[in-house]
Each structure stands twice: as structure tokens, then as C-alpha cells.
Design a protein around this ligand. Structure first.
Ligand code: PEP
Ligand code: MG
Length: 827
């Protein structure tokens, strides 16, 4: 009697040989078919007993009444989901009837995480049964017959008779995810080459090496030590071969293996821990864990004058060390040190510490108490950026306590190419490291906008943050690959992955060198379309760096930086001097100055902004200028006097009235000063502006898309939230559709992009394809951006843009490939 199998999944059925995975395609696990599911339900294909349910829930095995064992494997490489997205409805030992619901799964999540959704349905004890009548190459629904299973006649060859004694050998499993379906199949495949009866024993349970399911059911984790047994004539050779196979894969030492298998929510390939990209670049190196020594503080103090003196001395030592560091770093590192110096001199801190000393606290306890109060306040503010700044204060606490304990100078000895792993990393800890030896940073906590992230980018050190506590299970000295672009840490990579990363590194270096060599050439696509590559600036230093990097102008001067972290607003003369210095550094290149964009994540103390529950949706951008006309007028007067005259751009426009109001002021000030009014443009940062760009363009001289805010408002995701950092992606099709709509509505006006998206070479073809002709990027990104654009044709860009608009997620957009350039497009 044949056993009928009904479709356990609804979707497109295809031959198993076409499964995009050699283990299944080559039938190493057995014969069967595959279904690409369209519904997130797995149902029993026949009556049976559940004999296998993988701990990650992606594979269920049923044994039918006739003994046939059928494995239902949802998706490919779904083990990396670590069970996320699966809701099993049965457990091992349950009896089920055909059609019973075995599991629900989240199709959308698996589509993003798995190698493929194609799900093999495999007869795994093919030595006793045969599967035929396979239905393929068509859509199947639940309950439809898809195959039949027949028992083979008795007397099918059995393994050679066992003889002699059982040989045993202990082996540590090296595979990053342990023995899940595919490695279990490889074990069975290898075992089948020998006559000996081979077994695997773990935690008191045994499985035949020939049975991939029972091997899988042992749920052997990476790094676990198991016992191999073999009985038969070639037992010795069999043990040798299987030991090699099991120990070889991945070479992961136990702690790394545990970390990797914990990495269930990883988006990466096997053995990869996912985090949030914080500074770009790729690094291969040895893991070095930064374990922070606990500084012990005595709570009670001696005589207050002694404690006071001790604290003063420690503060002075920290100040001297910081000043030396500031002198050595003119860049962003120096600016951060500057901020620390300012905190150190804060009178509130001094007062709080003094009060504590007077109440009998030791110098350390007093300092700790004083800083702790501020740290708590910042963290309680519920603002991600404020919470990140709390890290700066915690850093100062540590530096002073180290001085008090006499432990200050203990630099960490680093090997070359060190990839530093830290639960959290403070700016001072990063600056204490020997930068020449640090190849990358992997941080358990933190956010992409923290000072450590900014510093790492400024120091050209690739960094990934928010990896989670799994990071700390990685052992010192383990080889890791850090990908600061993808936000991924590859643990214990195999030889192929190492070779691929080395090639990528070498290519990156030579690509960068080539790009820099051609950075000062004007930028045109391969078919001659002129694309202006400008830079975003916040200071005179940025302007100098931008010119050196080949920027053709400034597409966004963030003037608000001149207004921040000071007690009052700069007057007209100070502003004019600052803007003129930047215009001079640009040496005649175009300059687009944006009027003050304060409020929300860029607060200033001297503006009496009312407390706002939702500052990102409150009084910010042009709304501030309209609410404080004096501030706006002073800034416009200063800008009108700069030579050559900059273009002026307005932030956070939501409706035409805001533009016309500022234009009136600008025209009357220009008339007062006797100068022609300069071109006035708007930023498209709100969905409102994007879908009414046609109305704005009737009055605006140019359009510049702020993709950072546009993404935040279109996706309703706070751009400063570390938790959402990976998702606030301006390549989301919703954001791209808004950009396309804005470009269409611009009706011939220049359309630029000046958000971070403009710095991504991968985004350039899509933006150009949507009609953007100016990209204003971070200064450091300019050479490679220009190089990337020179490789493109307009036809390729348009094709890619159209496809991008039809995707359903940013991840899908990022996975798209450019079509090859056609000859017609080049001519
Ligand atoms: C933007 O929102 O994309 C933008 C360029 O402005 P900012 O990042 O300064 O808010
Ligand atoms: Mg903005």
C-alpha cells in the first residue's frame, strides 16, 4: 500500500534538484520535492508521529505509520533565525493527522533572514522506502496530493555485519551553528562511505551517523564535545574521516561557538553577529576584549580638607592629560576632549562634590555621587542623544576615579590588527588605545550617533555598535571579520570567508587610492550626464577637508553649529566672519547656506523654546526662524554680505507660506543692503513638502532633499533612536517614492540630495535615476562617490530606480543589482 503525501505548504512546487542548496539539491538528505510557500503555515502531509522538531523550530520530521520518515524543512539556512519567526504548534512525540497545523511562521521575516523560502520536503529513510508521483512545477494548495511513498521489498542491503570491538573517539564540534540539518546531512553522507556502524553520542543520547534526523535531534551545539563510535571492519578509517569532518568545520573554539550559536537574531551569514553600523570599513583581525577594571572606592572619607585636596589633584591630573590630548588632535577627537574639559570645570559638579565631601564622603565617592546625579538626569531625559552624552560624563567619572586610585596609566597591550570588543566603550578609552594597532571596534551597547562612533569614523576605524552581550562570549585572540558597512561581526570565519575578506580589503584600498587620484576631476556619468558632487559642511575645517577631497561646492552648510553649545547667539559680525571664512576656503566654489535648523535634536539653551513632548514634531527648523524673526533677520543680513554670495536654503519646510514669508524678509533686507537677493531654495524633509514640491517649486529656486529627516518622518521612526537605527533607512521604497515625487514636482528646478543617503555610492544610481543632479555628501565620501558615478549610465540608473520603487523594503532595494550597461546607453 502506498502512502499519500499531501502538500504541507501552499505555494509553488518544484523538483528537489532545483533547490538552491547543494545538500538538498544533491539529495544528500533524501529524495522529495520543494515548495516555495505563500502562506505561513506548515501542515502534516500524512498521519504520523512527530519524531523531530529542531530547537530552532524550522524543521519538523514526521514518522508515518509505515515507518517512512518525512522531513519538512521550512526555508533554507533558516537555522540562523534561531527560532525567531516560528511558532511550532506540536512537540516531539505528538500524534498528528494529515492536514494538522504543525507550525506557523512569519513569511516576511524569513524572506529577509533566510537564504531562501524554498522549503524541501524530503523522505529521509530512502534505504527502506521510495518516494514517487512527485507533483512539481505548479502551484499547490494544502491537502493536494504531492507525492506517494512505497516501502521497498525486504532484503534491501543492510550495512555490513558488525565485527570486533567498538572504537570510540571524543571530538569537539567546530561548526558555528552546531549540527543542524545541512551538517547532519554531510555527516550521514560521509558515514555512508563506510561499512562500519557509526554512532554519535552526546549527553547520554545516541544517534546513528547515517540518520541525519537523529543526528539533528541530538541538538549538538557548536563547541560541544561528543563521542564518536564505530564498529566494523573499517571502523578506524570511519572514525578518522568523521573526526576530521566534525572538528574541521569552522574551527570555532567553545566560547566563540557559543557566541555564534547565541547569535540567533543575526542577519548575517553563519557565525555572524549583527549590530548597527557606526563607522564604515572592513577589518580582519584578532579579537581583544576590553575588560574594564572595577575601580574600588572607599565610601567614607578622612578629614574633608584631605579629601578635597585629593580630588583637586586628581582633577588637575585629568585636566593635564586631556589638554595634552587636545593639543595632539585638531580634529573631532580634539573637540570631544574639549567638551570633556568643559564638563570637568563645571561648577555644579564641583558644588555637588564639595557638598558630599562636607557630609563625610571620600573624594572618589563624592565625585562619583556628583557625576552620577547628572548621568541619571541625562538618561531619564528619554532622549537618545542625551543618553549618549551621559556616556561622556560616565567617562569623566572613570578617569578621575582612576587617578584617585593610582591606576590611571595602564594602557592595554594590543596586537597588530586588533579588533577591540567592549560591552561599552568610552571616548577616553578609545583615545587611550594605540590607534595604529586598532583595526576595528565591536561594541555591545552604544548608538550610531555616540561620540565613540563619531570618533571612530574620524579615526577611520570601522565600528559596529549595539551588538548585544553575545559579543563578550568571544574569546581573546579569536579571528574575526568586522564589517562596519553592514554592521556585522563574523566570528571564527572559515578559510573561504577570510580569503574573500582579504580580497575585499585589498580592493577597497586600491579603489580608494584610484578614487582619490581622480577626485579633482569634474563628475559625469559614463554617458556624459553632469552630476555635481558637493559636500555638507559644519565648520571651516570641514570646508578645507571637502576641497581636498575634490568637492565641487557645498550643498549644505549647517549654520546651526555656530549657534550651539554657547551661552548666546552669535551677532551679525561674528556670523559674517564665520561664513566668509568658509566661502574663502571654498575658493569660489558654490556655497548653499541653510538657515538655522535648531530645535529637536539640536537644542540651544538661550532660546526659550517651550518644553515639547515631541520636539522632532515641534518648533524646529524654519519654524524657529519665523517664531524669532530677529534671529532670522540677523542671519540673513550676515549671509547677504558674504562674497561670493551664497545661495540660501530653508530647513523643514511644510508649506509654501513659510517660503514666501522668508522671501519677503530676504528681499527687503537685500534692498536695504543694496544687493540683489540671492537664489532661495527649500529643503524637502517632510512628506508634506515631498508631495507638494510642484507647489513649492513655483516659488523656490532650487530643491534639496534632506533624506535623514524625510526618512524619519515618512517611516515614523526617530532618527536618533539606537534601537531603530538599522531600520531608519532612506532607501526604503516609501522614502524613494517621495524623492521621486519631489523630483517630478520640481519641474526643471535643480534637485539635490543632501541627507546621508547622498554619501552612499550604492544609492547614487537610484537617486540619479529619480532625477537628482546634485549630491551633497560627507567630505570624506566625495572621491568614491565620484568614482562610482563615473561608472554609471543614465539608462542603468533609471532602470535601477524604477525597480527600487517596486520593492517592499530597504533590504530588497539594497539587494538590487545594476543591469549591465548597454551599447545604446553609452552612445
Ligand atoms: C536631512 O534631514 O537629511 C538633513 C540634511 O538635515 P539634518 O541632517 O541637518 O537634519
Ligand atoms: Mg534635516
Amino acid at each position: 500500500m502506498s502512502l499519500v503525501l499531501t502538500a504541507p505548504l501552499a505555494g509553488w512546487a518544484s523538483p528537489i534538484a532545483e533547490t538552491p542548496d547543494p545538500v538538498f539539491a544533491q539529495k544528500m538528505l533524501g529524495d522529495g520535492l520543494a515548495i516555495d510557500p505563500t502562506v505561513g503555515e506548515l501542515r502534516a502531509p500524512c498521519d504520523g508521529v512527530v519524531i523531530g522538531l529542531h530547537p530552532c523550530s524550522h524543521a519538523v520530521t514526521l514518522q508515518a505509520a509505515n515507518g517512512a520518515e518525512i522531513m519538512l524543512h521550512v526555508g533554507l539556512e533558516t537555522v540562523r533565525c534561531g527560532g525567531e519567526g516560528f511558532a511550532p504548534q506540536v512537540k516531539i512525540g505528538d500524534t498528528v493527522t494529515a492536514g494538522a497545523l504543525l507550525s506557523r511562521f512569519d513569511l516576511e521575516l524569513l524572506a529577509r533572514r533566510a537564504a531562501s523560502l524554498v522549503s524541501p520536503i524530503v523522505l529521509i529513510n530512502g534505504e527502506r522506502f521510495v518516494i514517487d508521483g512527485l507533483v512539481t512545477d505548479r502551484e499547490v494548495g494544502f491537502g493536494e496530493t504531492v507525492a506517494t511513498i512505497r516501502a521497498l521489498a525486504a532484503g534491501v542491503a543492510e550495512a555490513a555485519a558488525a565485527e570486533g570491538e567498538t572504537l570510540r573517539r571524543r571530538v569537539r564540534v567546530g561548526l558555528a551553528h552546531g549540527l543542524h540539518a545541512r551538517p547532519a546531512a554531510l555527516v550521514a553522507h560521509e558515514a555512508a562511505k563506510f561499512a562500519a556502524e557509526i554512532g554519535l553520542e552526546a549527553r547520554g543520547r545516541r544517534a546513528s551517523a547515517r540518520s541525519p534526523v537523529s543526528v539533528m535531534a541530538l541538538a549538538i551545539a557548536s563547541g560541544e564535545e561528543i563521542e564518536l563510535t564505530a564498529l566494523g571492519l573499517d571502523a578506524d578509517a570511519a572514525l578518522e574521516a568523521l573526526t576530521r569532518l566534525l572538528a574541521e568545520v569552522g574551527h570555532a573554539p567553545p566560547a566563540i561557538a557559543a557566541a555564534a550559536s547565541d547569535a540567533a537574531p543575526s542577519d548575517g551569514p553563519h557565525g555572524a553577529l549583527a549590530g548597527v553600523p557606526a563607522a564604515p570599513g572592513l577589518a580582519i583581525g584578532a579579537a581583544v576584549r576590553l575588560v574594564e577594571a572595577e575601580v574600588v572606592i572607599e565610601p567614607a572619607g578622612g578629614a574633608p580638607e584631605d579629601e578635597r585636596a585629593a580630588l583637586a589633584e586628581a582633577l588637575a591630573l585629568v585636566r593635564t592629560a586631556l589638554s595634552a590630548r587636545r593639543a595632539a588632535d585638531a580634529g573631532q577627537g580634539g573637540e570631544i576632549v574639549e567638551a570633556h574639559l568643559a564638563f570637568l570645570g563645571d561648577p555644579e559638579l564641583a558644588r555637588a562634590a564639595e557638598d558630599a565631601i562636607r557630609d563625610g564622603a571620600s573624594a572618589g565617592a563624592a565625585w562619583s555621587h556628583a557625576i552620577g546625579g547628572f548621568v541619571d538626569q541625562l538618561r531619564a531625559a528619554g532622549d537618545a542623544r542625551m543618553a549618549e552624552r551621559a556616556g561622556d560624563l560616565a567617562d569623566l567619572r572613570r578617569q578621575v576615579l582612576l587617578q584617585l586610585s593610582g591606576d590611571a596609566a595602564r594602557p592595554l597591550a594590543l596586537p597588530d590588527n586588533a579588533i577591540v570588543l567592549a560591552d561599552d566603550l568610552l571616548p577616553s578609552q578609545l583615545m587611550e588605545l594605540d590607534a595604529a594597532r586598532v583595526a576595528g571596534l565591536a561594541i555591545g551597547r552604544g548608538g550610531p550617533t555616540s561620540h565613540v562612533a563619531i570618533l571612530a569614523a574620524a579615526m577611520n576605524i570601522p565600528a559596529v555598535v549595539a551588538i548585544g552581550p553575545r559579543l563578550l562570549a568571544i574569546e581573546d585572540g579569536a579571528l574575526v571579520i568586522l564589517d562596519g558597512d553592514a554592521g556585522r561581526l563574523q566570528v571564527a570565519p572559515g578559510p573561504t570567508e577570510i580569503a574573500a575578506a582579504q580580497t575585499q580589503l585589498a580592493e577597497r584600498r586600491s579603489r580608494r587610492a584610484r578614487a582619490q587620484a581622480a577626485a579633482h576631476e569634474p563628475c559625469r556619468t559614463a554617458d556624459g550626464v553632469r552630476i555635481e558632487v558637493f559636500a555638507n559642511l559644519g565648520s571651516l575645517e570641514d570646508a578645507t577637508a571637502a576641497v581636498a577631497a575634490g568637492a565641487e561646492g557645498c550643498g549644505l552648510l549647517r549654520t546651526e553649529f555656530l549657534f550651539m553649545e554657547r551661552p548666546d547667539a552669535p551677532d551679525e559680525a561674528e556670523q559674517l566672519a564665520a561664513y566668509q571664512a568658509i566661502a574663502d576656503a571654498l575658493a569660489g566654489r558654490p556655497l548653499i547656506a541653510r538657515t538655522l535648523d535648531i530645535g529637536a535634536d539640536k537644542p540651544v539653551d538661550y532660546l526659550p523654546l517651550p518644553p515639547q513632548d515631541n520636539p522632532a514634531l515641534g518648533v524646529r527648523g524654519v519654524r524657529v526662524g519665523l517664531a524669532w524673526p530677529g534671529l532670522l533677520r540677523t542671519q540673513l543680513r550676515a549671509l547677504l554680505q558674504v562674497r561670493p554670495a551664497p545661495h540660501i536654503m530653508l530647513p523643514m519646510i511644510a508649506s509654501l507660506g513659510e517660503l514666501t514669508a522668508v522671501r519677503q524678509v530676504l528681499e527687503s533686507l537685500a534692498a536695504d543692503l543694496g544687493v540683489p537677493p540671492p537664489p532661495l531654495g527649500v529643503m524637502v524633509e517632510t512628506p508634506a513638502a515631498a508631495i507638494t514640491t510642484d507647489l513649492l517649486a513655483a516659488e523656490a529656486d532650487f530643491i534639496s532633499i534632506g533624506s535623514n529627516d524625510l526618512a524619519q518622518y515618512a517611516l515614523a521612526m526617530d532618527r536618533t533612536s539606537p534601537e531603530l537605527a538599522a531600520q531608519v533607512d532612506a532607501l526604503h521604497p516609501a522614502v524613494l517614492r517621495l524623492i521621486g515625487e519631489a523630483a517630478r514636482g520640481a519641474g526643471g528646478r535643480l534637485v539635490a540630495v543632501c541627507g546621508s543617503l547622498a554619501s552612499e555610492p550604492a544609492a547614487a544610481p537610484i537617486l540619479i535615476g529619480l532625477g537628482v543632479t546634485e549630491l551633497s555628501a560627507a567630505p570624506g565620501a566625495v572621491p568614491e562617490l565620484k568614482a562610482a558615478i563615473r561608472e554609471l549610465t543614465l539608462a542603468q540608473c533609471r532602470d535601477l530606480a524604477q525597480r527600487a520603487l517596486r520593492q517592499t523594503s530597504a533590504a530588497e532595494v539594497r539587494a538590487l543589482k545594476l543591469a549591465p550597461a548597454t551599447l545604446e546607453a553609452m552612445t
